[in-house]
Design a binder for this molecule. Structure first.
Ligand SMILES: NC(=O)c1ccc[n+]([C@@H]2O[C@H](COP(=O)([O-])OP(=O)(O)OC[C@H]3O[C@@H](n4cnc5c(N)ncnc54)[C@H](OP(=O)(O)O)[C@@H]3O)[C@@H](O)[C@H]2O)c1
Length: 283
């Protein structure tokens, strides 16, 4: 099936750039708008963009992603993460909206499934949950795609942070009591395009790298797979307090047969390591 044309918002971000790359590779007609092109919370500007471009689908990658900053600036984050998705969903085209594991409280024993009760513990999580609810309330066709622990060649990410710390200090402590699914944005971008092509796959989807690990386990694989020498030690969240609480459990499971499955997170890491030296040659 054809997606017709796609408008990608937040197209200057880590995920947005990979979505534009995936669309181009698959011959999907896509227009990318960065924050300076289109503020997703500006109803007039969104209406104008939709009138000009007449997209069939909007893939919303725009967000306030400063998780700690949102604790102090929740109302500013709410405008982008809460109001913006509602404005897009009310503008007419179908919306594929990206959300997060932070909508959950992180206390569940097993993996979170789509229907699990939400209960965000951070300002960022509350704003992202508001975005989901506003998309649903708009009453138009939509898919809400929760993901987690993103890393991609177009953004600052955990892989680069670990490599830089290892090179600068030779030793690093990483928390071993938060579990999640590291997700390569190039893989997620493919799933978002798949969902843009599948109008019947509405509602909530969980799309994250297959399998799970802790941040410590992720760091260990990064050092092993890049051949980076580093004295790595596990630590706990209470030794590494930050303004916003992090979920102890961010593991997302997909139970719907129509949710595109992502490759294993270790494959995501391998593909990232290959791409970081070739895509744009920026690392
Ligand atoms: N990163 C993760 O680990 C993670 C995990 C789970 C879910 N997510 C979700 O994944 C999505 C993509 O995140 P990302 O990692 O690609 O973040 P990112 O690199 O920060 O990209 C977000 C983009 O949105 C733009 N933006 C901010 N406010 C905007 C506005 N009012 N209108 C239009 N654009 C605006 C930002 O522009 P500026 O840079 O100019 O502000 C940035 O280019 C988000 O929905 C995020 O909540 C991320």
């Amino acid at each position: 099936m054809s997606a017709g044309s796609v408008l990608v918002t937040g197209a200057g971000g880590m995920l947005g750039r990979d979505v534009m790359r995936a669309a181009a590779a698959r011959g999907v007609e896509a227009t990318g708008m960065t924050r300076s092109d289109l503020d997703v919370s500006n109803q007039v500007a969104v209406a104008q963009a939709v009138a000009n471009l007449a997209p069939d689908v909007i893939i919303n990658c725009a967000a306030w992603t400063d998780v700690d900053g949102a604790e102090e600036h929740e109302s500013d984050a709410m405008v982008v993460n809460g109001d913006g998705p509602g404005v897009l969903a009310a503008s007419g085209p179908r919306v594929v909206h990206v959300s997060t594991d932070y909508v959950f409280d992180g206390t569940k024993d097993g993996a979170y499934v789509e229907a699990d009760p939400t209960g965000p513990r951070s300002a960022y999580g509350r704003t992202k949950l508001a975005g989901e609810l506003n998309v649903m309330a708009a009453g138009s066709q939509h898919a809400i795609v929760r993901t987690a622990w993103l890393f991609g060649v177009e953004g600052n990410n955990f892989v680069e942070t670990m490599i830089k710390l290892a090179l600068d200090r030779g030793a690093v402590s990483v928390v071993d009591d938060q579990r999640g699914c590291p997700t390569n944005t190039a893989h997620l971008a493919e799933a978002l395009i798949d969902l843009a092509l599948l109008p019947e796959a509405g509602g909530i989807h969980h799309c994250a790298g297959e399998g799970e690990t802790t941040w410590f386990g992720f760091a260990k694989e990064i050092f092993e797979r890049t051949g980076t020498a580093c004295d790595l030690t596990p630590t706990t969240s209470d030794q590494f307090v930050r303004p916003a609480p992090r979920p102890a459990n961010s593991v997302l499971a997909a139970t719907r047969p129509d949710t595109p499955r992502l490759p294993a997170w270790t494959k995501g890491l391998d593909d990232y390591i290959e791409a970081r030296t070739t895509v744009g040659g920026q690392r």
